[in-house]
Design a protein around this ligand. Structure first.
Ligand SMILES: NC(=O)C1=CN([C@@H]2O[C@H](COP(=O)(O)OP(=O)(O)OC[C@H]3O[C@@H](n4cnc5c(N)ncnc54)[C@H](O)[C@@H]3O)[C@@H](O)[C@H]2O)[C@@H](O)CC1
Ligand SMILES: [K+]
Length: 492
C-alpha cells in the first residue's frame, strides 16, 4: 500500500469518484483492472499453491472484470481454473470488464451450477464496491453452499455481500480467509461484521496516484498514532507533576468503588501527574484502605464540588464508572461541561431522560468533553440514531457527536471516535480479550489522563482508544483489567 494512504478509509462512492478522476487524468482504466486482477492471482498462488482447482466467481461489474483477469493469469501459470458467472456475462458486462471477459479463453458456467469440492480455492469476484442492494436468492444459496463446505475464499476488494460503506451484510456474505483490496482500506473492512468476514486484508497499490485518492477521500481514518502523536505532550521524567496534569475520578458509594479506582490507576499509569479519587463520605474509608499513589478527597454534594472547582489546577475529570445512575451524576456532570471531562457508563445513562439539558450545556460551555458509550449506552442517549439502519457505525458516531457537541467514543470491537467538528477514526488494534470486566473503566482513565495533560478532546480520545488496544495486545489473552493497567504502552 502507498504509505501516505495507510490510515485513509475510502467509501465505495469515493472509490467510484477516484476511478473517474483517475480516468480523467489520462490513466488507462483497463491497466488498473489488469493490475488488480494480477495482484489477486499472485496472492492466490502465494497463499494456496496446492489447490486442486481455482474456482473464480465473476459478477456483472468491474469486480467480475478483476476476476476474469485473475482467471486468465492463473490459467497461464498452468493452474486448473473454473469460471462461474452470475447472470449472462455477454449481456451484463461492458467496458473494461467485458474486455477482460473476452480475454478469458476458457468456459464460463452459470453460477447456480457450481458444486464446491474439498481442494477448491474460491476467488470471489462477484460484487465489490458496486454492491448496491441485497443479494439475489441465487447468490445467497451459492455463498451458503461454499461457506458450509469450508473451502477457502479469497475475496476481491470485499467479500461479496459485505457493504463496503457500513460493513453490514446484504442478506448473506462470504467468510473470506483473505481479502485483496486496492489503494486503501474501505470502511467495510474495519466495521463489524465486515471486519471478521474479510479475513486477512492485503491492500495493493495498483498505481492510482495517492493525491487523487486523497483528493476524493472524505476524511474517514483508521486510528493510528499519526492522527494524534503531534498533540501528545511528550512525558519526560523531569516534567513537574502538575504540568503532567491532575486527573480527578469520581467514586461511587461504599458498595461500588472498584471501578473508579481502576480508572484512577489507569490514569496514573497513562501519564497523569496526579490523580485524586473524589469520594462520597460513605466510601472514604474503603477507598482510603486501597489507595496509595492515588490521592483521596471527600466530595459529597454539589456545593463540595463547586467549592473544589475553584482550584484551576484540576485538569480533567472522569465521571461514570461505578458512580450510580441518577440526578447526582447529572448535577456533577453539568458542573463540569466547561472543564475537561470523560463521561462514561452511569454518567451517560443518567442523562437518558435529561439529554437535551446536557447537549444544550455542551453547546455553550467551551470544555473538552468525551463521552464513551458502549452500544447499550449509545442507544439510551441517541435512540433515533442507533435505530437508523441506513447509517454505518461511523456515521452514527458522527451524528451523535454533532448533536451532543462532544467527542464520542462509540465502543465495541470496532470502536469509532468522532469529534464534534466531524473528524472521525475507526480503531482496529483491540484484541477480543479486551471485552472483560473493568476494561471500559481503564479506557476512561487513559482518556482522562490525556485530557489532564492538555490534549484536545478528539486526539485525547483517539490516543486513549489506541493505547487501550495496544495494552490489551501486550497483556495477552488472559488479561484482566488490572494487568491491562500495567500494560499501557508509553505515549508517543
Ligand atoms: N475503483 C477502481 O479504481 C478500480 C476498481 N476495480 C474493481 O471494480 C469494482 C467496482 O466495480 P463496479 O462499480 O462495477 O461494482 P461491482 O462489480 O462491485 O458491482 C456492480 C454491478 O453489480 C450490480 N449489482 C449491485 N448490487 C447487486 C445485487 N445485490 N444483486 C445483483 N446485482 C447487483 C450492479 O448493477 C452492477 O452491474 C471494485 O470492487 C474493484 O474490484 C478494479 O478493477 C481496479 C480499479
Ligand atoms: K468480491
Amino acid at each position: 500500500m502507498h504509505s501516505s494512504l495507510h490510515d485513509v478509509l475510502i467509501t465505495p462512492a469515493e472509490m467510484a469518484a477516484i476511478d473517474l478522476a483517475a480516468a480523467q487524468s489520462g490513466i488507462d482504466s483497463f491497466l488498473l483492472m489488469r493490475r488488480a486482477g494480477l495482484a489477486v492471482a499472485a496472492a492466490v498462488l502465494r497463499l494456496f499453491p496446492q489447490a486442486q482447482r481455482y474456482v473464480v466467481l465473476c459478477g456483472p461489474g468491474n469486480n467480475g472484470g478483476d476476476g476474469y483477469v485473475a482467471a486468465s493469469a492463473l490459467a497461464e501459470c498452468g493452474a486448473n481454473v473454473a469460471v462461474f458467472a452470475f447472470g449472462d456475462p455477454a449481456a451484463a458486462l461492458s467496458g473494461d470488464a467485458d474486455r477482460a471477459r473476452q480475454l478469458w479463453d476458457g468456459a464460463i458456467d452459470p453460477l447456480a451450477s457450481l458444486v464446491p469440492h474439498l481442494g477448491d480455492v474460491v476467488v470471489d469476484a462477484l460484487f465489490g464496491a458496486g454492491l448496491s442492494r441485497d443479494l439475489p436468492e441465487q447468490v445467497v444459496q451459492v455463498i451458503e453452499r461454499i461457506n458450509a463446505k469450508g473451502v477457502p475464499v479469497i475475496a476481491v476488494d470485499l467479500p461479496s455481500g459485505v457493504d463496503g460503506r457500513t460493513g453490514q451484510i446484504r442478506r448473506a456474505a462470504f467468510a473470506a480467509s483473505h481479502t485483496i483490496t486496492f489503494m486503501a482500506r474501505k470502511p467495510g473492512h474495519l466495521l463489524l461484521p465486515g471486519r471478521s468476514l474479510s479475513g486477512a486484508l492485503d491492500v495493493v497499490d495498483i498505481g492510482i496516484p495517492a493525491r487523487i485518492v486523497q483528493a476524493q477521500g472524505g476524511g474517514w481514518r483508521l486510528n493510528t498514532p499519526a492522527l494524534w502523536s503531534d498533540q501528545a505532550s511528550r512525558l519526560d521524567a523531569s516534567t513537574h507533576k502538575f504540568r503532567r496534569g491532575h486527573l480527578v475520578v469520581f467514586s461511587g458509594g461504599a458498595q461500588a468503588t472498584g471501578a473508579a479506582r481502576l480508572s484512577a490507576a489507569a490514569g496514573l499509569a497513562a501519564g497523569a501527574g496526579l490523580v485524586t479519587v473524589a469520594s462520597p463520605k460513605s466510601a472514604l474509608d474503603i477507598n482510603a484502605a486501597q489507595l496509595t499513589a492515588v490521592m483521596l478527597r471527600e466530595i459529597d454534594d454539589r456545593q463540595d464540588l463547586e467549592h473544589w472547582l475553584r482550584d484551576t489546577r484540576l485538569g480533567a475529570f472522569v465521571l461514570g464508572p461505578g458512580f450510580g445512575v441518577g440526578d447526582r451524576a447529572c448535577d456533577f456532570a453539568l458542573q463540569l461541561c466547561d472543564r475537561a471531562l470523560v463521561l462514561d457508563a452511569d454518567g451517560i445513562t443518567s442523562f437518558q431522560e435529561r439529554r437535551s439539558e446536557l447537549f444544550e450545556r455542551l453547546a455553550v460551555a467551551a470544555g473538552r468533553v468525551v463521552m464513551t458509550p458502549h452500544e447499550g449506552e449509545f442507544a439510551r442517549l441517541f435512540p433515533e440514531i442507533a435505530r437508523d439502519e441506513k447509517l454505518s457505525k461511523i456515521e452514527k458516531a458522527q451524528a451523535a457527536a454533532r448533536i451532543s457537541h462532544a467527542t464520542i467514543v462509540y465502543k465495541g470491537a470496532d470502536t469509532v471516535i468522532a469529534g464534534a467538528d466531524g473528524k472521525v477514526a475507526v480503531n482496529a488494534n483491540a484484541p477480543p480479550s479486551l471485552a472483560t470486566a473493568g476494561s471500559g473503566d481503564v479506557l476512561a482513565g487513559i482518556v482522562g489522563a490525556h485530557l489532564a495533560q492538555g490534549m484536545p478532546a478528539f486526539e485525547a480520545a483517539a490516543a486513549g482508544v489506541w493505547r487501550h488496544g495496544a495494552a490489551g495486545a501486550r497483556a495477552g489473552p488472559g488479561l484482566t483489567a488490572e494487568t491491562l493497567v500495567t500494560s499501557i504502552p508509553p505515549l508517543g
